[in-house]
Design a protein around this ligand. Structure first.
Ligand code: TGC
Ligand code: FAD
Length: 388
C-alpha cells in the first residue's frame, strides 16, 4: 500500500505535464518563501505587499497566457490555474492582484484592444510597471451590470465619461482603469489613465475580508478620454462578461489552494493537540471532518483539471465555469470554517491561516458573480428558463 499525499489523494499531479509541474513548483516556492512569512502581518495591518510585484512579474505571472510579443509567458490554461491555486494557498489577496492584472486588464486589451493599445500597455503590464484595475460594478448593484449608469458621450474625437464604480480591486494602486460605460452604441470599454482630469479613486477601509488587497471606489466627473483609449473591438455586455469568464476560470482553481492550506494546518494541529489523553486527531469526530475536507478538495481538483483541459482545447463554456466557481468557493469556505473549529480558540487569531482564508473567501464567493448568480446560470442551462 502506498502512502498517499493528503492534499492530492488522487495523484492529480501525475496528470500534469512537466511544464505544468514546473510552474506549480515555482509558484509554490514563491508562496512558501515570500508570501507566507509576511501575509498574516499584511492582513492584520490591512496592507497589500507592494514589494512583491516585481517578483511576481519576474516569475511571468502577469499575463501568463499572452503571447511573448506582448510580454506574456505563453503558458496554457492549466498552468494559469496552478498559478492561481498556489498563490491563493498564500492569500486570496495575492491571487486577486494577479487575476485582475492578467484576466481583467491585460486580457481585454489583448482581446478587444487595437494593436497600438497592445504594444503601448501590455509589455509594461507584464513587467508590473503599469498596474490596472477593472471597473464594472457600480454602487447600486453588481449582479446586474446590464443596468449600469456610468456613461460615455462622444464629443468630437473624445469621449466624456461620468459615473462611479465601487469595490474595485487594485483601484488605488492602478495606473490605468479598464472602465465599462454605457454609450449610444451599447456598453463599451475605455482605458482611463490616472491623472486624467476628473478621474479620482478612494480606497475602501474597515474591510474584514481581503485585507491584504486594495479595494477602491472610482469616480468619473466629466473625464475626457481620447477615442484612441476606447477598446475598439467589442460592444455590448459580452465585452466585460468575456473578461469575467477568464478571471472566473482562475478563481475556480484559487480556492483549492486556500482549502489545502486550511486542511494542512488543521490536520497538523489535530495530531498534536492532546485532550482526554489522546490527540484530537484520534477522535472519530475530527477524522470525519478532515476526511470530508479531503473528499471535497479531491472533487474540486478533478473538476478544475478537466475545466482547464477544456479551456486549452478551446471548448470551455461559461456555464461550466459557473458550476466550478460555485462548487469550489463553497467547498473552500466550508473547509476554512471547519478548520477554524478544529483549532479551537487558537483558530480565531491570524497566527493560523483558516480564519484569514475564511474571511477572504467571503469576498471570493461574492465577487466575479455571487454564488446565487452562478447557481442561476446553471439552472438556466438545465431548464432553458432565465430566473434572474
Ligand atoms: P445576457 O444579456 O444574456 O448576455 C449578454 C451577452 O454576453 C454574452 N455572455 C457571455 N460572454 C462571455 N462570457 C460569459 N460568461 C457570458 N455570459 C453572457 C452573451 O452571449 C450575450 O452576447 P450577445 O452577443 O448575445 O450580446 O447576459 P446574461 O443574462 O448571461 O447575464 C446575466 C448575469 C447575471 C449572468 C450577468 O450579468 C453576470 O454575470 N452578473 C454578475 C456580474 C459579475 O460577476 N460582476 C463581477 C465584477 S468584476 C469582479 O468582481 C472582480 S473581483 C476580481 C478579484 O479581485 O479577483
Ligand atoms: P448585489 O448584486 O446587490 O447582490 C446582493 C444579493 O442579492 C446577493 O446575495 C446576490 O446573490 C443576490 N441576488 C442578486 N440578484 C439576484 C437574483 N436575481 N435572484 C436571487 N438573488 C439575487 N467589481 C468590479 O467590477 N471590479 C473589481 O475589481 C471588483 N473587486 C471586488 C473586490 C472585493 C473585495 C469585493 C467584495 C467585490 C469586488 N467587486 C469588483 C464587486 C463584485 O463583483 C460584486 O460585489 C458582486 O458582483 C455582487 O454585487 P453586489 O455586491 O452589488 O451585490
Amino acid at each position: 500500500r502506498l502512502n498517499l499525499n493528503p492534499v492530492d489523494l488522487y495523484d492529480i499531479r501525475s496528470m500534469l505535464s512537466d511544464d505544468e509541474r514546473m510552474v506549480q513548483d515555482t509558484v509554490a516556492r514563491f508562496t512558501d518563501e515570500r508570501v507566507l512569512p509576511i501575509i498574516g502581518d499584511c492582513f492584520d495591518k490591512g496592507v497589500f505587499p507592494l514589494d512583491l510585484i516585481p517578483e511576481i512579474a519576474e516569475l511571468g505571472l502577469l499575463g501568463s497566457s499572452l503571447p511573448s510579443q506582448y510580454g506574456g509567458a505563453e503558458m496554457n490554461a492549466v498552468s494559469y490555474g496552478l498559478i492561481c491555486q498556489e498563490l491563493e494557498r498564500g492569500d486570496s489577496g495575492i491571487r486577486s492582484f494577479v487575476s485582475v492584472q492578467s484576466s481583467l486588464c491585460m486580457y481585454p486589451i489583448f482581446a478587444y484592444g487595437s494593436e497600438e493599445q497592445r504594444v503601448r500597455w501590455l509589455p509594461q503590464m507584464a513587467q508590473g510597471k503599469v498596474i490596472g484595475c477593472f471597473g464594472l460594478t457600480e454602487p447600486h448593484g453588481g449582479s446586474d451590470p446590464a443596468n449600469m449608469k456610468t456613461h460615455a458621450k462622444k464629443d468630437g474625437d473624445d469621449w466624456i465619461i461620468n459615473g462611479a464604480k465601487m469595490w474595485i480591486t487594485n483601484g488605488g494602486l492602478a495606473h490605468i482603469a479598464i472602465v465599462w460605460a454605457r454609450t449610444d452604441d451599447g456598453i463599451q470599454g475605455f482605458i482611463v489613465e490616472r491623472g486624467m482630469k476628473g478621474f479620482a479613486t478612494r480606497d475602501i477601509h474597515r474591510k474584514m475580508s481581503l485585507r491584504a488587497s486594495v479595494t477602491s471606489e472610482l469616480f468619473f466627473d466629466n473625464v475626457r478620454v481620447p477615442d484612441a483609449n476606447r477598446l475598439p473591438n467589442v460592444k455590448g455586455l459580452k465585452g466585460p462578461l468575456g473578461c469575467l469568464t477568464q478571471a472566473r476560470y482562475g478563481i475556480t482553481w484559487g480556492p483549492i489552494g486556500a482549502a489545502i492550506a486550511c486542511l494542512t494546518e488543521a490536520s497538523e494541529y489535530a495530531k498534536t493537540r492532546i485532550l482526554f489523553n489522546k490527540p484530537i486527531g484520534a477522535t472519530q469526530a475530527v477524522q470525519l471532518k478532515l476526511a470530508d475536507m479531503a473528499r471535497r478538495i479531491t472533487l474540486a481538483q478533478l473538476l478544475v483539471l478537466q475545466l482547464g483541459r477544456l479551456k486549452d482545447a478551446g471548448k470551455m463554456q461559461p456555464t461550466q465555469v459557473s458550476l466550478a466557481k460555485w462548487n469550489n468557493c463553497r467547498m473552500a469556505i466550508d473547509i476554512a470554517r471547519e478548520a477554524r473549529d478544529i483549532l479551537g480558540a487558537a483558530g480565531i487569531t491570524t497566527e493560523f491561516c483558516p480564519i484569514r482564508h475564511g474571511l477572504n473567501l467571503e469576498s471570493v464567493i461574492t465577487y466575479e458573480g455571487t454564488e446565487t448568480v452562478h447557481q442561476l446560470v446553471v439552472g438556466r442551462e438545465i431548464t432553458g428558463i432565465n430566473a434572474f
